[in-house]
Design a protein around this ligand. Structure first.
Ligand SMILES: [Zn+2]
Length: 62
């Protein structure tokens, strides 16, 4: 996963960066967990939503 450096931020193991959804082509924010073995990521329409989801994210223990 390659992020642009612009306005990229990290919340715990999760990184939030501007992103364009490949399906809808809408601008938004991608939250992606960088922890090995987790692989969680999600697209949000607002930065606030992405940050909230990142804060609430808990890695899969397995
Ligand atoms: Zn995780």
């Amino acid at each position: 996963m390659v992020f642009k450096t612009w306005r990229r931020r990290r919340i715990g193991p999760v990184e939030v960066a501007p992103n364009t959804d490949r399906r809808t082509r809408r601008n938004g924010y991608l939250a992606a967990c960088t922890r090995d073995g987790c692989g969680w990521s999600a697209h949000y329409t607002t930065e606030e939503a992405a940050e909230l989801a990142s804060t609430a994210h808990r890695c899969n223990p397995t």
